[in-house]
Design a protein around this ligand. Sequence first.
Ligand SMILES: C[S@@+](CC[C@H](N)C(=O)[O-])C[C@H]1O[C@@H](n2cnc3c(N)ncnc32)[C@H](O)[C@@H]1O
Length: 390
Amino acid sequence: MRLCARQQQLNALLPLFRTLWHPQPFREARPAWCEHWPALTEELLALDDEAATALNADGHAALVALARHIPEVTALTPLLKLEQRQPPPASGDGERWAWEIPGRKRAQIEAFAAAASSDGQPVLDWCGGKGHLGRLLACQWQVPVRTLEIDAALCRAGEQLARRLGVGQEFIAADALGTDLQAAAGQHAVALHACGELHRRLIRLGAEQGVARFDVAPCCYHLHLGEVYRPLASVSSLPLTADDVRLAVTETVTAGARERRLRDRSMACKLGFAAWRQQLSGDAYRSFKPVPEAWMRGNFGDFMAQVCRREGLEPPVGGDLERFERRGIERQREVFRLSIVRHAFRRALEVWLAGDLAVSLEERGYAAVLGVFCARELTPRNLLISARRD
Ligand SMILES: C[S@@+](CC[C@H](N)C(=O)[O-])C[C@H]1O[C@@H](n2cnc3c(N)ncnc32)[C@H](O)[C@@H]1O
């Protein structure tokens, strides 16, 4: 399917389901859709932990479950089928380029390198960390590579690794948000998991300055965003808040049982506090500042004492403390289940966001493709925008 046609269809379809993906059950005890679809609500609230965890983790399965109640959502399914790019080569042990790289990260980098291809231009590795991707490309493509990274210590570590391998890779310790891209004219820009405005700036400014090729796997679309998303492509017309954009990247495949327990407890504590604050003030839900991890280490009473002190509220005591702890646990259970509905739309939003970047490059004269460079088990941020201008 043509990029632009997919983007237009998502522009038209996603607003039809906005009442399903926009409300956050963390903030609204019962989003309005619960009243419209009581059977769906009942079915979700009755799920056991295992089934709820599986549906929260698998957007496709969530969409299928939703379609049993709201068949119209299946119109999204064909739009989410993207070209699978080159499968990664079997990863042998001990290649010299890959010293010190954890297995999953290494497999992501190898998959990215296999899915991208070179016309021999010098490479600009954008927000490259220790430059692992750049080092592999310098090795495989035999081209000079410049890795731009804000953290000078990572640059130094990367320089050492490059020297050890004897490849032509240079590091620039600089802020990608302040760097002018003139020197990148005619070059091949690659970016593996540069967050939010970092990848948007590369694409926007890089296209203006005449970058010849792009291979960009975006992540954390919501970072450095402001309150709303401003599309890069003229054809993109879906209004999204920063919270909507964040929804696109809430999927994680790496959480183990312990991490999940900690996440659930942390959410239950916050929901217990939100309920207590609402009882004291009588107001609707208000967001609150992030809570330090350390506050979760003690019991619920310790947590409430700290967060209430910060927010200038009396903490609950005695029966109230127990009641609000229970309330938080019950709310967490419900929020987890009702969130399956939003999570069914996560991939569609991500495809729209990546589609916006890809179409913006088409509009600027590039031949662009949006594909998938690795299995989601390796990383859910597995979309790759590849573009070239001859
Ligand atoms: C998720 S990591 C990806 C690193 C590398 N591309 C990879 O896949 O291994 C994002 C990198 O962007 C860097 N970074 C964050 N803000 C930056 C900025 N303003 N300018 C340049 N680099 C930045 C971080 O230090 C980090 O190394």
